[in-house]
Design a protein around this ligand. Structure first.
Ligand SMILES: Nc1ncnc2c1ncn2[C@@H]1O[C@H](COP(=O)(O)OP(=O)(O)OP(=O)(O)O)[C@@H](O)[C@H]1O
Length: 259
């Protein structure tokens, strides 16, 4: 369970507006890759193109190729719903289903897919997903209580449990800690390090220390000006991006001179 991601000349549009232009990137399986860059440079837009979430907006579209291992997720006939099952996503704000219990939240992906299962199979999935999200010990005695009754950090780990429950190949995270306190943030960062053993992870973050702590590789995106498309400027090992970048724009950004 874990696939590489390759983008080839990827352009991402909102209607006529080219938001991200010409991205070429190869992301290894079982690695953590951080996307950094100033606001509006297209990090979230590009991330959402990696599981065909982008196109749920009217007029939104993509040009180019996006391969999971060797398979183009934008090839004719590919079902976007099956792509989203393979490439899970964790959002900025924890978003457990408010009327569902903790248990139901973990199983929500299965319910959406219409899968039927025995109670004991469901119990096994719930326990292993919650263990995988480092949340089991905190919630095992209250699985039938609402997910919305958990702390923000616990809710985010519940959302990660919901994502891993359906056994994706890739997990996308869009600023997953930006609504969390420092302790909960560290818990998620520890979890990312563990999840990397099994999944390919891509994380958008505004926090450069976080990028440095959790990722092996970092892509720096930038935008030449308002109305211009975002571009990937530099992609390298995280230590290189932060200590010895080749591009002057990267150097200016990571040293805090803009953004
Ligand atoms: N739904 C949308 N419709 C039209 N344009 C959009 C939409 N969402 C984003 N954009 C535009 O696409 C560009 C890239 O935005 P995006 O949110 O991907 O940037 P970002 O780097 O993730 O920014 P931030 O760090 O602030 O979250 C921006 O010019 C933005 O205004």
């Amino acid at each position: 369970m874990s696939k590489s991601i390759t983008a080839k000349d990827l352009n991402v549009y909102y209607g006529d507006f080219l938001a991200v232009e010409g991205v070429n990137i190869e992301i290894a399986a079982r690695s953590v890759t951080a996307f950094i860059g100033p606001s509006g440079c297209g990090k979230t837009t590009f991330l959402r193109s990696l599981n065909r979430m982008h196109e749920v907006l009217p007029g939104a579209r993509v040009e180019g190729q996006l391969l999971l291992d060797d398979d183009d997720i934008y090839a004719p006939g590919v079902d976007p719903v099956s792509v989203r099952a393979m490439v899970g996503m964790v959002f900025q704000r924890p978003n457990p289903f408010p009327t569902m219990s903790i248990r139901e939240n973990v199983l929500a992906g299965y319910k959406l897919n219409g899968a039927r299962m025995s109670r004991s199979d469901a119990d096994g999935i719930v326990e292993s997903a919650l263990r995988g999200a480092n949340l089991w010990n905190e919630v095992k005695d209250r699985l039938d209580r609402p997910g919305s009754g958990l702390s923000g950090g616990q809710q985010q780990r519940l959302c990660i449990a919901r994502t891993v429950a359906v056994k994706p190949e890739v997990i996308l995270m869009d600023e997953p800690c930006s609504a969390l306190d420092p302790i909960s943030t560290l818990a998620i960062e520890d979890l990312i390090a563990e999840l990397q053993q099994e999944y390919t992870i891509v994380i958008v973050t505004h926090n450069m220390q976080q990028a440095a702590r959790v990722s092996q590789n970092t892509a720096f995106f930038n935008i030449a000006g308002s109305g211009k498309p975002g571009r990937m400027i530099e992609y390298a090992e995280t230590s290189t991006i932060f200590n010895n970048p080749s591009n002057q724009q990267t150097e200016r950004y990571v040293s805090g001179k803009f953004g």
